[in-house]
Design a protein around this ligand. Structure first.
Ligand SMILES: N[C@@H](CCC(=O)N[C@@H](CS)C(=O)NCC(=O)O)C(=O)O
Length: 252
């Protein structure tokens, strides 16, 4: 059985990384048996090295970057990281399962991933503040440093300031609405048929689905106030998309 490496979080469904969600959704769509194993976020590099998992990227300064998701597939004795590389591997190694990546779409996928990220990750300060309070202390302090470096206020200042979260929600709504327009014809008809590329789920759907998983679980789950708000945006587009993707959002 495949091991899917993630990092530990005490959020609904116990998983938050949008990159890990892409791989988990792919595994579930393909019906490939797997088991999630949580790594300590503060020791990802150390643990990957111990497990023989290669880095997912080489940074511009030449240093390796170790990250989740990663997988170990005992049937081929393969260890890899990087969500795209993993899904390419799964398509190739399990050709009788639904194929996620359509040949010739890699540049389109990269740009769509950037564009969806620009929209969904406007909510970063809200999700990051949730992650900080739902991860073990050492990981939490790393996320806090990243949050404060990016948002330029302390977590406490952010949480005690009503105006700042309200501003992020407003920017988020605007950014989601920008993305929503890509899903419609000029006279407002929905282009989904039922998925982005047609009848079958492809990588583009995982980009959106995993971004929504991050937004749902990173704001307290479907019953949380955050998701209720997002669910009401854009005539329910994101809720409808999530509802279609949700059957694959199972953590094993
Ligand atoms: N290109 C990688 C990026 C994965 C990534 O950035 N993962 C984050 C979690 S969401 C991580 O493991 N970060 C480790 C760190 O920042 O030290 C992929 O697509 O899998």
């Amino acid at each position: 059985m495949i091991t899917l490496y993630d990092f530990a979080i005490n959020a609904p469904n116990k998983s938050i990384s949008p990159f890990t969600w892409r791989v988990r959704l792919a595994l579930n769509i393909k019906g490939i048996k797997h088991q999630t194993q949580s790594l300590d976020f503060t020791k990802i590099e150390e643990q990957c090295k111990e497990l023989g998992i290669p880095p997912s990227e080489i940074k511009p300064d030449g240093k390796p970057f170790y990250s989740v998701p990663a997988i170990y597939d005992p049937s081929t004795n393969t260890r890899i990281s990087d969500s795209l590389k993993i899904i390419e591997y799964l398509d190739k190694t399990y050709p009788d399962t639904p194929q996620i990546i359509i040949p010739g779409t890699s540049i389109l996928n990269a740009s769509f991933s950037w564009a969806i990220g620009k929209s969904v990750f406007t909510l970063f300060p809200l999700v990051a503040s949730y992650i900080i309070s739902h991860t073990p202390p050492e990981a939490s302090s790393i996320f806090r440093k990243r949050f404060e470096g990016r948002v330029k206020v302390t977590l406490e200042e952010f949480e005690n300031d009503k105006a700042l979260p309200a501003k992020i929600w407003a920017e988020g709504e605007e950014a989601f609405t920008t993305a929503s327009a890509w899903f419609k014809t000029s006279d407002g008809q929905d282009r989904l048929q039922p998925w982005i590329m047609g009848q079958d789920i492809t990588f583009a759907d995982l980009i959106v689905g995993a971004g929504l998983a991050w937004a749902v679980y990173g704001t307290g789950g479907e019953d949380g106030e955050g998701w209720k708000r997002i669910a009401g945006w854009d005539d329910g587009r994101w809720k409808a998309f999530w509802d279609k993707m949700k059957p694959y959002a199972i953590v094993y």
